[in-house]
Design a protein around this ligand. Structure first.
Ligand code: SF4
Length: 388
């Protein structure tokens, strides 16, 4: 069976690999500490020594999109929600080192006890999608919906990939959080309680779930653009819409195009196209299989030996799956590199630095959500956890 074919590097590959900065998508600032050099040959040994010395006090979580050099030290791997749940299930762990991005570390802090400290090895590991919906923008949107006379009919709902402030906003207004695995169940819950849904911040997950899984028409959805007065919508458009989508997207999954799908099918007519619902509607409509990160992993595990797959999700995960299943032909849907640049900011030097700081009695880069935000975010998360 042929091995995984690496996509071609692009001009921005170095930045995507986590070197340099990306001013549009950073959540925090540069790491404040003295980082070990990436070329230090002793990094793996240093990480292992520090991890062993911290023992049960330490629990390392690794998101599926993390680099292999970091994943090798994770006690558990998973998507953002599974990782937050895992952190909550380990109350004896005083330090939760979250190898992922900022909103994930916030969710872990919300769901863990006050005694537990959540650490993000690089504060600059944000999420460009989460950054597309700020608290003030969402409050302005709600004022616009109130002005249009429809706020009372709207249930707000936010994807897990949003800041704690947005989860809190939603929770305070009787709304709910969803993941890409339970978006249909959460939408069903919401439409039992209101005529319309305001879906934050990923327009593609909202549209794909509404149209593919709930039987809505594309014309039932409108897009609220926070950079335009009244979201760029008329009062009539707002009144007629069933689904008000926030104008946000994932910069990684948004890169896959219909052309990528068509080229794959021309090259290999037997190929199965498997994509994440954060991809655009036209890509999702042209794919054979659509689902969350966990769905993608399970689908490839269960696939027939010899079958061919082109996968539209983050490159670190696709490469890891291709290496784990050498009996199947697994390729990356795009022809060029497509990492999540902010996820990739967490590298071995940052992990080593965080662990050695903990060992020295200092808590670096702690992510702490204030009590009021925690209270309402948790209300929205608890509604999701109670979904049938
Ligand atoms: S892959 Fe997309 S949604 Fe996930 S952290 Fe990166 S930018 Fe955010």
């Amino acid at each position: 069976m042929s091995g995984f074919v690496e996509p071609a590097p692009t001009a921005t590959a170095l930045m995507l690999l986590g070197r340099g900065t990306d001013a549009d998508s950073e959540k925090g600032v540069d790491c404040p500490g003295e980082l070990p050099a990436p070329s230090d040959p002793g990094l793996v040994e240093r990480a292992r020594k520090a991890k062993d010395a911290l023992g049960d006090k330490l629990f390392i979580l690794g998101h599926h999109y993390q680099r292999d050099e970091v994943i090798q030290f994770a006690d558990v791997t998973g998507d953002s929600f599974k990782l937050a749940q895992q952190a909550a299930a380990r109350p004896e762990a005083e330090f939760i080192v979250f190898c992922g991005v900022h909103f994930m570390a916030e969710s872990a802090d919300i769901l863990t006890t006050e005694a537990q400290k959540v650490i993000l090895p690089d504060l600059a590991a944000g999420c460009s999608m989460a950054d597309m919906a700020s608290d003030s923008q969402v409050r302005q949107c709600w004022d616009d919906l109130t002005e249009a006379g429809i706020a009372a009919d709207v249930v707000p709902m936010t994807y897990m990939n949003s800041s704690a402030a947005i989860k809190s906003f939603v929770g305070e207004r009787d709304g709910i959080v969803c993941t890409s695995s339970n978006a249909k169940r959460a939408l069903t819950w919401a439409y039992e309680r209101g005529e319309k849904v305001l879906f934050l911040p990923d327009q593609h997950l909202g549209r794909n779930t509404a149209v593919r899984e709930m039987g809505f028409e594309l014309s039932d959805c409108v897009v609220y653009n926070p950079h335009r007065p009244n979201g760029g919508l008329t009062q009539q458009e707002l009144a007629e819409a069933k689904m008000i989508l926030w104008r946000g997207h994932c910069s990684v999954h948004g890169r896959f195009t219909l052309e990528c799908v068509e080229k794959m099918r021309q090259t290999d007519p037997a190929v199965n196209i498997l994509v994440h619902p954060e991809c655009t509607h036209e890509v999702v409509a042209a794919a054979d299989y659509v689902g969350s990160t966990e769905y993608i992993i399970k689908t490839l595990q269960a696939a027939e030996p010899g079958s061919s797959w082109a996968v539209g999700t983050e490159l670190n995960l696709v490469r890891r799956l291709a290496n784990a299943h050498p009996d199947k032909r697994i390729s990356f849907l795009d022809k060029t590199i497509c990492y999540c640049s902010t996820m990739n900011r967490i590298d071995l030097p940052h992990l080593v630095w965080s662990l050695e700081e903990l060992l020295a009695g200092r808590v670096p880069n702690q992510i702490s959500v204030d009590p009021e935000t925690t209270k309402w975010s948790k209300a929205a998360l608890d509604r999701m956890l109670a979904l049938p």
